[in-house]
Ligand binder design. Structure first.
Ligand code: SAM
Length: 275
């Protein structure tokens, strides 16, 4: 970095891994192996990229900061199976990247993400139903707890429902703040989402289901009826009727529901409210 006169950008969430034991573990547990192509998001100076490239058949790495591209050309010059794309992952067509680069290969995503885009990136990866086997990401410890919370427990949020809908989530291991440069204020953990072949059955309208889920968790500690009614601007009496028909208590809180109960409630609400 000194050689290239590089300075960290705080606004791009640039906390680079400097603990040498972490990247091999992410690569090994993140499906970087023969038969796999890996999409890496946010390369930094390429420490994780190199470990992925040693193990997988091919790596396509997406990095937003153009100042890092000449550094990566340097640090990754030994690898012929790495392609760097200078782009914002949130504006990138990942399905096209998979089609163009990973024919005949299984695909996995690995990333040490900037914390402020953790949720949008994970949601994009899951909701766009990409041809991927797993998503392995470094997240803040608190976020990891919420992402991998059991359905029906206090730690859960809308993102927990989405994650459980599309995948089987698992916390792999913790990473201390001292493993990064510069060191962030919080500890992290690495989580992996193993993508399900089939999403839960019985959802009448997936778009409406996720609208209900987001609405349900939009106001912490409120009842499901109050949150859904205000977030979706549906009369409260209609929401209460849907709860009753779903066999749920009128004062139930969203975090008390199982996936099946949420699906059933959203189907009945859609039916009654005629949305
Ligand atoms: N993988 C490296 C490591 O572990 O040392 C870097 C991790 S650092 C936490 C996050 C990286 O993501 C930075 O290099 C940053 O420039 C990049 N980044 C930030 N926002 C991005 C975006 N929207 N699309 C692609 N890369 C992004």
């Amino acid at each position: 970095m000194k050689k290239h006169g590089f300075e960290f950008s705080k606004s791009l969430g640039q906390n680079f891994l400097v603990n040498p034991s972490v990247c091999p573990k992410i690569a090994e547990q993140g499906n970087a192996r023969q038969g796999f192509g890996i999409i890496e998001i946010g390369t930094g100076i390429g420490v994780l990229t190199a470990e992925l490239a040693k193990r997988a058949e091919k790596v396509v790495a997406i990095e937003i900061d153009d100042r890092l591209i000449p550094i990566l050309e340097d640090t990754l010059s030994d690898f012929e199976n790495v392609k760097i794309i200078n782009a914002d992952v949130l504006k990138t067509d990942l399905s096209k990247i998979i089609d163009e680069n990973f024919k005949g290969l299984d695909v996995a995503v690995c990333a040490n993400l900037p914390y402020y885009i953790t949720s949008p990136v994970i949601m994009k990866l899951l909701e766009s139903r990409l041809r991927i086997k797993s998503v392995t990401v470094m997240v803040q410890k608190e976020a990891g707890k919420r992402l991998c919370a059991e359905m029906g427990t206090r730690d859960m949020g809308a993102v927990t429902v989405a994650v459980n809908y599309f995948s089987e989530p698992k916390i792999l291991f913790d990473v201390s703040r001292g493993s990064f440069m510069p060191s962030p204020n919080v500890d992290s953990c690495v989580v992996r989402f193993d993508i399900k072949e089939d999403t839960p059955k019985g959802v009448d309208d997936e778009k409406f289901f996720f609208k209900v889920v987001r609405g349900a968790f939009s106001q912490r500690r409120k009842t499901l009826a109050n949150s859904v009614s205000s977030a979706l601007t549906i009369e409260k009496s209609i929401v209460l009727r849907s709860l009753e028909q779903s066999g749920l208590a009128v004062n139930v809180r969203p975090e008390q529901l199982s996936m099946e109960e949420l699906i059933n409630f959203s189907n009945i609400l859609k039916n009654i409210s005629d949305l």
